[in-house]
Design a protein around this ligand. Structure first.
Ligand code: SIN
Length: 318
């Protein structure tokens, strides 16, 4: 595969390179040491590679929560997540995703994002960039899937394109934990594991207070966003989808809109067009929510997964 390289800061011997992870999406970035702050030249190079490859992975990093926040800020201002219950205790900008429990309580949000989506499409200005840092990663499961929405838009047939161009989809926040609709490569054994875990979590919730996400579910007003948006940085057209939270299309009857949305999501996420990222401890991955959709996958309960997540403020999609 092609390797791109440049000397990032002249005097120093820093080399920032991107090696594509697939022919259609994503790149691994090398030549960065995130135990120290990136230089302005490195930051510029990272942004350029990010908007070109849409998903970037910097692997095996020793990075403190403060360093993670400073790195994320090269993409813009960090925003708080709309549910604050799983914020990092010392760094509330960081949202913790985890299946680990201490003293019976989750240390982070468990089972989130397991359907195809762009982040926080249920708000007026959804996140532009999301960054995840693998603090503790499972030996089995817990991969993240990514699909390229420029490519998905370009592949639409003319009839479908004319049906969606200029139309807005209705997005409504719905709690979708332990649904795992994103991963189409689940074995029967994994499906059975998921059902068992789901029953366990439901029983726990019934015995205690509803989870913060369950409590929040009914209080988020719906939003309307273009089905295909124009990227605010690159100017390219991309499908803008959230498989589980789009509940209709303005001006189309639901019996036309819903099968249409389902079909374009399915076509956009054909397994042979999907980047499956397998985490290693210390990996940092950033993705472009205006041109990518992603899905978390199942982590077996006996495997620990702890991820730190930051999101960068976005703009109203147009
Ligand atoms: C997310 O949807 O933001 C989380 C993805 C993951 O945990 O793999």
């Amino acid at each position: 595969m092609q390797v791109e390289a440049m000397r990032a800061d002249g005097a120093e011997d820093t080399l920032v390179e991107a090696t594509p992870l697939t022919p259609f999406l994503g790149a691994e970035i090398t030549g960065l040491d995130l135990s120290r702050d990136v230089t302005p030249v490195e930051a510029e190079r990272v942004r350029e590679l990010f908007y070109r490859h849409q998903v970037i992975a910097v692997r095996d990093q020793e990075i403190s929560p403060e360093g993670f926040i400073r790195f994320a800020e090269i993409f813009g201002a960090i925003e708080p997540f709309f549910i604050s219950s799983y914020n990092h205790p010392e760094h509330p900008q960081i949202y913790v995703l985890s299946n680990v429990r201490k003293d019976g309580k989750p240390i982070g949000r468990d089972g989130a994002g397991t359907h195809w989506h762009s982040d926080s499409t249920f708000v007026e200005k959804p996140s532009s960039v999301t960054l995840l840092h693998g603090v503790e990663v499972p030996a089995r499961g817990g991969d993240t899937l990514f699909a390229n929405m420029y490519d998905a838009y370009d592949r639409l047939d003319p009839e479908t394109r004319s049906l969606i161009d200029g139309r807005r989809a209705i997005h409504r926040y719905q709690r979708k934990e332990f649904v795992f609709s994103g991963d189409r490569e689940l074995t029967e054994e994994q499906k059975a594991e998921i059902e068992a875990l789901k029953r366990k979590r439901q029983a726990e919730e019934a015995a205690t207070a509803p989870s913060p996400t369950a409590q929040k579910s009914n209080s988020v007003p719906e939003q309307r966003h273009p089905v295909a948006r124009t990227h605010p940085v690159t100017g390219r057209k991309a499908l803008y989808l959230n498989d589980e939270m789009m509940v209709g299309i303005e001006g189309l009857d639901d019996d036309v809109a819903m099968p249409l949305l389902r079909r374009i999501c399915e076509e956009a996420t054909m397994p042979d067009r999907v980047l499956r990222f397998k985490w290693r401890k210390g990996d940092l991955v950033a993705w472009d929510n205006a041109s990518i959709i992603h899905s978390a996958t199942f982590t077996p309960p006996e495997e620990a997964r702890v991820m730190h997540r930051l999101t960068v403020e976005g703009t109203v999609p147009v």
